[in-house]
Design a protein around this ligand. Structure first.
Ligand code: NAG
Ligand code: NAG
Ligand code: NAG
Ligand code: NAG
Ligand code: NAG
Length: 488
């Protein structure tokens, strides 16, 4: 069995590697790479920084992370950012997508609180050095590290967070917008809302199935829309930048390709998981199937109104079209079939679709990522068809190892496979894909997986005081792709 399997894998890799698309990336297609503040900066209490929910929760309970680690030091990029810039420069990227730590800028988080000059200085230096190397900063405003003081009043469940967020975003536009022209309001609503407030598996580790995730995302979506309109009104004509948003999307194929029921399940999965956030931002409201199903189930469960909050008509007008580009994080594909075997209330039972990944797909070290590059093209085509071909920037895509991976053939294979599908989407399906940035520049602190998962194109020695960085083979592969603008 084992022999058969490994023979199969070699054959599989060999076959696939001859199939990379032969197109060149379009002239204006941009390449970048991604990180986020809590996962790389460290220096959790230095330079006047305030406490975030990740600082607070992991200090309260180290068992929340599989290897009982945290982001206190991480890659120490707060002190070693010059090495990061060197790595970016040598890689030849057009842009660097990183996030700002809210509590480094506003230690007390809320509206009208004081700005921390040392935090401002850190990001000013980083931004200026990137620009000196002709690397454009693409800044994620919120990548999950909410100030703990805002969590103390309920976090994203409290609608007053909208004002706090808009104040924080305005502060960033005022401080950095003279030089920074690309902003991403939020990273992955699903992860920090559904997993953070329904499942209790990410900070703030609140367990409120079928309720918390919807309330969080409703407020966060409104915060996104308000920040977009604020930039449009107060900054756009002076600063001339763009504001986008990043939504994570998996693809779902029907479990049985010929089954009409499974085809319907796959579409329903995408409507619930990806449409939940993209429908409001692109079309003005939640997908009709979400509104209908959650209303009916809520009534059956004895709720007075739907567990999914409703937008007012003014809010719909405000949020509809609140993007200049759509960030997409893609990692993997699943197989879908309808199921009603879920506990209630829950997002899973509202969605009513069971998703799985077959054993035969090549596994990564992350149990949710298996080799499935085609789903990226499928999702890009879905976006084109549902939203009239908006500009899509791929803001994350990656492959995980759990051991030393300097010779990271599987990652090379996956990134090439995904980029090949991007080329096909552009040339054969006329999808408006404007750029690509893998996750991640460095091995990072991977949230509740701690340091057990490695996604970096650059290895970080977390045992060394210097957090020594060593480029992996994939770093050179990506460098060649950027310079030749073709796949190898
Ligand atoms: C790929 O494209 C190049 C030039 O664009 C061409 O010379 C080459 O024959 C193509 N290879 C294949 C396998 O189509
Ligand atoms: C800490 O987190 C672990 C894992 O989620 C959990 O089992 C445990 O109950 C938590 N401990 C406390 C004191 O909350
Ligand atoms: C929400 O925040 C406001 C002010 O920021 C506070 O007065 C209120 O108590 C909070 N609500 C909850 C439920 O904590
Ligand atoms: C329903 O879900 C439970 C718990 O996940 C599982 O043990 C059981 O096998 C499932 N039943 C069916 C019919 O799928
Ligand atoms: C660590 O970094 C410092 C300063 O950047 C350097 O002087 C020192 O040689 C480094 N140590 C090691 C073991 O690389």
């Amino acid at each position: 069995m084992f022999l058969w399997k490994s023979t199969f894998c070699i054959f599989f890799f060999h076959l696939a590697s001859t199939q990379w698309s032969n197109y060149s990336f379009p002239k204006d297609f941009i390449f970048g790479i991604t990180t986020s503040a809590y996962q790389i900066e460290g220096a959790w209490s230095e330079g006047g920084k305030g406490l975030s929910i990740w600082d607070y929760d992991l200090h309260q309970n180290s068992s929340l992370v599989v290897d009982k680690t945290n982001g206190d030091i991480a890659c120490n990029s707060y002190h070693r950012w010059k090495e990061d810039v060197e790595l970016l420069k040598h890689l030849g990227v057009n842009f660097y997508r990183f996030s700002i730590s809210w509590t480094r800028i506003l230690p007390l988080g809320g509206k009208d609180t004081k700005i921390n000059d040392e935090g401002v200085k850190y990001y000013n230096e980083l931004i200026d050095n990137l620009l000196a190397e002709e690397i454009l900063p693409y800044i994620t405003i919120y990548h999950w590290d909410l100030p703990q003081v805002l969590q103390d009043k309920g976090g994203w469940l409290n609608e007053t967070l909208i004002e706090d967020y808009v104040f924080y975003a305005r502060t960033l536009f005022q401080l950095f917008g003279d030089r920074v022209k690309h902003w991403i309001t939020f990273n992955e609503f699903f992860q920090f809302c559904e997993v953070g407030y329904s499942d209790g598996q990410r900070a703030p580790f609140v367990s409120s199935p079928g309720v918390g995730g919807y309330q969080c995302s409703h407020n966060a979506l409104l915060a996104h829309g308000r920040a977009y309109r604020m930039y449009e009104k107060e900054f756009k004509s002076i600063q001339g930048g763009n504001v986008g948003v990043t939504v994570d999307g998996s693809w779902c194929d029907p479990l049985t390709p010929t089954s009409e029921s499974d085809q319907g399940a796959a579409e329903q999965f995408t409507q619930f998981n990806y449409g939940w956030f993209t429908y409001p931002i692109l079309l003005g409201n939640y997908p009709p199937i979400m509104i209908d199903r959650i209303y009916v189930l809520s009534k059956q469960q004895g709720y007075e109104s739907s567990r999914l909050p409703a937008f007012t008509s003014e809010e719909i007008k405000m949020i509809k079209g609140s993007y200049d580009f759509l960030g997409l994080n893609y990692y993997s594909t699943y197989l879908c079939t309808f199921s009603d075997n879920f506990s209630q209330p829950s997002f899973e039972s509202d969605c009513g679709v069971l998703s799985s990944q077959p054993e035969s797909w090549e596994p990564s070290a992350a149990d949710w990522i298996k080799y499935s590059p085609w789903g990226l093209r499928e999702l890009l085509v879905w976006i084109k068809e549902h939203f009239n071909n908006p500009p899509v920037l791929i803001t994350e895509n990656g492959w995980a190892y759990n051991s030393l991976d300097l010779d990271d053939t599987e990652r090379i294979h996956y990134l090439n496979g995904c980029l090949s599908e991007v080329l096909k989407a552009i040339y054969e399906k006329e999808c408006n894909v404007i750029g690509y940035a893998p996750w991640s520049l460095l091995d990072t602190f991977e949230w509740t997986m701690g340091y057990t998962l490695k996604f970096g194109l650059v290895h970080v020695d977390f045992e060394s005081a210097n957090r020594t960085r060593i480029p992996k083979r994939s770093y050179n592969m990506f460098r060649n792709i950027i310079s030749s603008r073709r796949l190898e």
